[in-house]
Design a protein around this ligand. Structure first.
Ligand code: GLY
Length: 360
């Protein structure tokens, strides 16, 4: 029989932890979130792309399937949050993937071919056609793919919305850092890159992958940022430019494996600005509002770890580059686990059981 009562302790108050807590409390569980600074960490340092298709890595078909399944849940998830009181600012204008150099054009063509082969909606545009749709794109942009199905969300508005929604359904927050698992009928480990320290099954499985971002804002007299997400391939390097309401633009993100290091480096910022300026020359005149670094929770196969680690202890971590995208599917899967029901079929590849063979 399905359960919907009992106490649930969620360790970690980022987007994954808060989404799980909100869903569980809405379903009738008595939920606590344990985090010294809920709504911070890697979740605040993000572009907010909900883009399984344009972020897809060749050979990672399961990650694409997981992302696609979660993307389908996003409009309802955002709508429920807005109805609960705070709008996470979902954007539905899709993504442009743009190329700057001839070599990048080849990569774009391969992506277009791969997407149409798998039945995804995609349109190839010349540089001129792309500029007609997005006048801030610069003259070096020589080709673009329009992928209308991708979404984006303002990660900070989302965190505020989740915190408010959690409070609205009675989630209680505890500010202590967890040295051991909290006492509760069920514990959900959702501490992102810090999850490895919380359970032996996650040790040597979850690792920090640093990402730096730059936040800019257009100024009066400058060209406004694009209206949709721009995924750029510049000299073989991948970056993204995600617009925010009010002229904001997030540039992301570097990817470095340097342990628990959240220093922002001059080289990282230079890389992001140099690549972005080739795509959107107007950013040179924008205000530089913030630079920040966060730690993605990497896993050995780039899939998250969602499932039971031992009776009553569940993992919801390892989302790597896709934490925001995968939040709705993860929350549904965790709710199913708490109720003693099977997780949605699309989330099954994320089972911790697959990692047993990799255990040290
Ligand atoms: N999802 C993009 C990133 O992790 O940088």
């Amino acid at each position: 029989m399905s359960r919907s009562a009992g106490t649930v302790a969620v360790v970690g108050g980022g987007i994954i932890g808060l989404s799980c807590a909100w869903r569980a409390a809405s379903a009738g569980f008595a939920v606590t979130v344990h985090d010294p600074a809920p709504g911070s960490g890697a979740s605040r340092v993000a572009g907010g792309m909900l883009a399984p298709v344009t972020e897809a890595v060749p050979g990672e078909a399961q990650a694409l399937a997981l992302g696609t399944a979660s993307l389908r849940r996003w409009p309802a998830f955002a709508g429920e949050l807005a109805a609960a009181g705070a709008d996470p600012c979902l954007r539905t204008r899709g993504t442009f993937v743009v190329a700057v150099d001839p070599g990048d054009r080849g990569e774009l063509d391969r992506l277009a071919e791969q997407l149409s082969r798998t039945g995804r909606q995609v349109e190839v545009l010349s540089g001129r056609q792309a500029r007609r749709a997005e006048p801030s794109l610069g003259p070096q942009v020589c080709r673009a793919l329009s992928v209308p199905g991708d979404l984006s969300v303002d990660n900070r508005a989302l965190l505020d919305a989740l915190l408010a929604a959690c409070r609205g359904v009675g989630v209680r927050f505890h500010g202590e850092r967890c040295a051991r698992l909290p006492a509760a009928d069920a514990v959900v480990l959702a501490a992102g890159a810090h999850s490895a320290a919380l359970h032996p099954a996650l040790a040597r499985v979850i690792r920090p992958v640093k990402g730096e971002i730059v936040r800019l804002r257009s100024r009066p007299g400058t060209l406004a940022p694009p209206s949709r997400t721009v995924r750029a391939i510049v000299g073989g390097r991948h970056s993204y430019l995600v617009p925010r309401d009010g002229g904001g633009l997030v540039l992301g993100a570097t990817q470095r494996e340097t342990g628990f290091d959240t220093d922002v480096t001059a080289g990282g910022v230079r890389e992001l600005l140099t690549d972005a300026e080739r795509v959107l020359p107007a950013i040179a005149e924008y205000t530089l509002e913030e630079v920040a670094a966060g730690l993605r929770p990497g896993s050995p196969d780039n899939l998250p770890v969602i499932g039971e680690l031992e009776p009553g202890v569940f993992a919801a971590t390892g989302h790597h580059r896709n934490g925001i995208l995968l939040a709705p599917l993860t929350a549904d899967a965790v709710l199913a686990l708490l109720r003693g029901e099977p997780v949605p079929a699309e989330a099954q590849p994320a089972t911790p059981a697959r990692l047993v063979s990799r255990a040290p």
